[in-house]
Design a protein around this ligand. Structure first.
Ligand code: HEC
Ligand code: HEC
Length: 255
């Protein structure tokens, strides 16, 4: 599992490396006249018809050929074993093709409201991600398996590789939600780490400072809680929660 996570962590960087080498320039490899091991797509298709499908897969998932085939990133395609099924992602992709077929069949049961039927594609779900998870889910998974340092690093890595590509929503919601999830799990230090990063990412948002203040309040660090509620209130003088909490903190000090 951890090994797979590292694959995910670094696959984006490797894909960019791979894409830097034009397919033709790599070697003499060419699409096979007669593919040998086709189970879902049409067995009659020559390799030239597989080509747009395979490049479509790589684009939809944001990966290189080696994500599903036996072969090493950066090595010439002539060293790849394309008919082999040893890479488990190949069978996963086959199952996805079958699933997509049945989803599109199912969609025929409804009368579309627009003038054209909307078809589902690989990219409808994947949008350039090998595993179509939200930012919250994927960083949350890393946190659970490898701890806060790895989770924060994963966030930075994803932002570097995917920002502006529509695969993940890098708005303030993701880290905020992760922080509250940690608070819900009584993991106050984990929550504060996510809230701190969010405050760094969105220093103009009243909401993220309010969340950070709440984290510190839960940690019993009232001075910091007060400081950040004040900061939130300065950015949004109408933040009723910050007003309330500051009032409570002042009363707490008196009592
Ligand atoms: C998301 C997974 C995925 C990616 C990425 C992918 N492929 Fe495939 N490829 C498949 C699957 C699945 C099949 C078999 C389809 C079937 O059984 O109907 C296949 C079959 C093939 C075959 C036919 C092999 C044979 O002789 O049976 C070739 C050639 C091929 N792919 C080349 C490529 C190349 C080149 C790339 C990169 C540009 C690539 N593929 C990227 C999943 C993938
Ligand atoms: C309805 C949404 C949806 C569609 C459409 C879809 N996928 Fe997926 N795909 C998923 C989900 C969800 C997962 C993650 C499954 C898991 O690991 O629990 C996944 C996982 C995969 C994986 C495994 C990746 C990994 O690194 O673990 C491959 C390969 C894949 N999809 C290929 C495809 C291809 C190729 C298509 C188009 C033929 C496609 N998918 C269409 C939802 C979808």
């Amino acid at each position: 599992m951890v090994h797979r996570l590292f694959n995910i962590l670094f696959s984006a960087a490797l894909v960019q490396f791979f894409q830097a080498i034009p397919l033709q320039a790599q070697d003499q490899w060419s699409w096979p006249e007669k593919p040998e091991n086709i189970q879902v797509l049409s067995k009659d298709w020559p390799g030239s018809r597989l080509r747009p499908v395979m490049t479509g897969f790589t684009r939809a998932l944001g990966v290189g050929c080696s994500h599903c085939h036996v072969g090493e990133v950066g090595k010439p395609l002539s060293t790849y074993d394309f008919p082999s099924d040893a890479n488990p992602n190949k069978d996963r992709a086959r199952e996805m093709l079958r699933m997509l077929g049945s989803i599109n069949d199912h969609l025929k049961n409804i009368e579309p409201s627009g003038d054209k039927r909307v078809n589902m594609w690989c990219h409808t779900c994947h949008s350039g991600r090998p595993r179509p998870m939200t930012l919250e889910e994927i960083v949350g998974e890393t946190y659970k398996l490898m701890g806060i340092e790895a989770a924060l690093e994963h966030y930075a890595d994803l932002k570097e590789n995917y920002y502006g590509k529509g695969a993940y929503n890098f708005g303030e919601r993701a880290l905020n939600a992760l922080g509250y999830k940690m608070l819900g799990n009584e993991d106050v230090s984990g929550a504060i780490a996510f809230f701190e990063l969010n405050a760094k990412e969105f220093p103009r948002s009243a909401n993220v400072w309010d969340s950070l203040a709440e984290g510190y309040m839960r940690a019993g660090k009232m001075k910091l809680a007060k400081k950040y509620y004040k900061k939130s209130l300065k950015l949004n003088p109408n933040n009723p929660n910050a007003k309330d909490m500051l009032k409570k903190l002042r009363e707490g000090q008196r009592g």
